[in-house]
Design a protein around this ligand. Structure first.
Ligand code: IMP
Length: 428
């Protein structure tokens, strides 16, 4: 199996978890390369549902090595909870590895995440409040603590002391919040370090050795293209590189070793948190159906209702370019079965100018009005279709239309939440 990057192409929640779970077993290794426990996806195995936040999807396959790469941020408590959950259910975590260079989410990162959001008032980002932004901020400021630091008490204490010298005055003087002592955090974190010690390793080396041995790697992206710190709808983004490029820096594997980029694209679009979304729909649609309810669009991590809208072809085309997509997995096509007609955004208009690509200027994007094409719906249940030919003609045409907009082939079509409810057109 050629090494592949799996990446979200919209604002997240495209169904990466299902597709990742579907193909993870084809790979020798699954590595997460960015983000932390802001991510959340549900994997259904039989009648048991697992909500994953930190651990890569490969964990479900006993022979697959699951790596939390150097580009990730790790909340040790959440990671241990997930490890315990799997071990309790007889799913071995012996093949789980955590990069010694991944940064640790500290309690003050979570405090600051909330405090910064409050300070922003109406301009808040709508973060998951998991401490992600402040943790990456410390990484860039070079005062972050890494997983490797947890393994040596004196190093951990010393670095933590230096970090607190900068963090505590902020907490106290700017936000009037309680401060932390080194002892207090050590009491919490050092016992967790002992439990995590067997999992922590030089993951870049491990991955490159696997590549040299001819093993295949799946790079599991979290969040998505429009939440990327560089290529997303800044400032309403997360703090890491979610796009395919992040797979290289976030894992230590060179780009010549990556063969395919599979973009996960929902058949409509959703967003949680704040920021512009040109095709956003009012909550109720005239047909009495809502994408929110038909698609059960509520966040796995925070339970928030997702904002929903028609498929945005401008974004699809942009994501194809930014990530260098070779394939698309189109998800939740079945959710559109209820609609008489289906709109697809093919361009934006702003101040009389027509845009067929995402405008770089933030205020143009914020004011962009969608230009729609209306396609006929299929109005029947497609959740039992298992081949492309079984789909009604209107559904096939919808898929073909998306391929035309993105200039990338649609390799998978997902017609329901279960693994089997997937049409595989080209994947091998
Ligand atoms: P943060 O990643 O918690 O800093 O949040 C920044 C933005 O990214 C917010 O709009 C979040 O709602 C969004 N976000 C973060 N993680 C996810 C995800 O896994 N799915 C969808 N949106 C996300």
């Amino acid at each position: 199996m050629p090494s592949t990057v799996l990446v979200g192409t919209q604002w997240g929640d495209e169904g990466k978890g299902k597709i990742c779970d579907l193909i993870a077993g084809d790979f020798d290794c699954v590595v997460r390369y960015q983000g932390g426990n802001n991510a959340g996806h549900t994997i259904v195995v039989g009648d048991r549902k697992y909500g994953l936040h930190q651990v890569p999807s490969g964990i479900m396959y006993p022979d697959c090595v699951s790596v939390i790469g150097n580009g990730c941020v790790v909340n040790p408590k959440v990671l241990l909870e997930e490890i315990d959950m799997f071990e309790h259910d007889g799913i071995s975590t012996a093949n789980l590895k955590v990069s010694g260079n991944a940064h640790i989410i500290m309690p003050y990162h979570m405090d600051l995440d909330g405090a910064y959001e409050q300070l922003l008032g109406d301009h808040n980002i709508g973060t998951t409040k998991r401490g992600i932004g402040p943790c990456y901020q410390d990484k860039m400021a070079r005062i972050g603590l890494r997983m490797q630091d947890m393994l040596d008490e004196s190093v951990f204490r010393e670095k933590l002391g230096r970090a607190l010298d900068r963090v505590n005055p902020q907490l106290e003087k700017i936000f009037g919040m309680p401060t932390y002592t080194v002892d207090q955090i050590c009491a919490d974190y050092l016992p967790m370090a002992e439990r995590l010690r067997p999992y922590i390793c030089e993951s870049g080396l491990l991955l490159n050795e696997m590549v040299e041995d001819g093993k295949s790697i799946l790079f599991e992206g979290a969040q998505a293209t429009l939440l990327d710190i560089d290529h997303g709808t800044y400032p309403y983004v997360t703090s890491s590189n979610c796009t395919a490029g992040g797979s290289v820096t976030g894992s230590g594997v060179g780009m010549k070793n990556i063969d395919r980029v599979l973009g996960i694209m929902k058949a409509y679009i959703t967003r949680v948190g704040e920021g512009p979304m040109p095709t956003e729909l009012a909550y109720e649609t005239p047909e009495g159906h809502t994408l929110t309810e038909d698609g059960y669009e509520y966040g796995v991590t925070t339970g928030r209702r997702r904002r929903c809208g028609w498929f945005d072809g401008v974004i699809a085309n942009y994501a194809a370019r930014v990530n260098g997509l070779t394939d698309i997995a189109l998800t939740k096509l079945d959710v559109l079965s209820a609609f008489d007609t289906i709109k697809v955004c093919v361009a934006y208009e702003c101040d009389g100018v027509r845009y067929t690509t995402v405008p770089e200027h933030e205020s143009v994007f914020a004011a962009a009005k969608p230009v729609y094409e209306e396609l006929p719906g299929w109005k029947c249940d497609i959740s039992a279709c298992r081949s492309f030919d079984e789909l009604p003609q209107a559904a096939q045409d919808y898929v073909a239309y998306i391929e035309k907009l993105a200039h990338v082939r649609v390799t998978f079509v997902s017609v329901g939440p279960d693994r089997e409810q997937t049409i595989n057109r080209y994947w091998k």
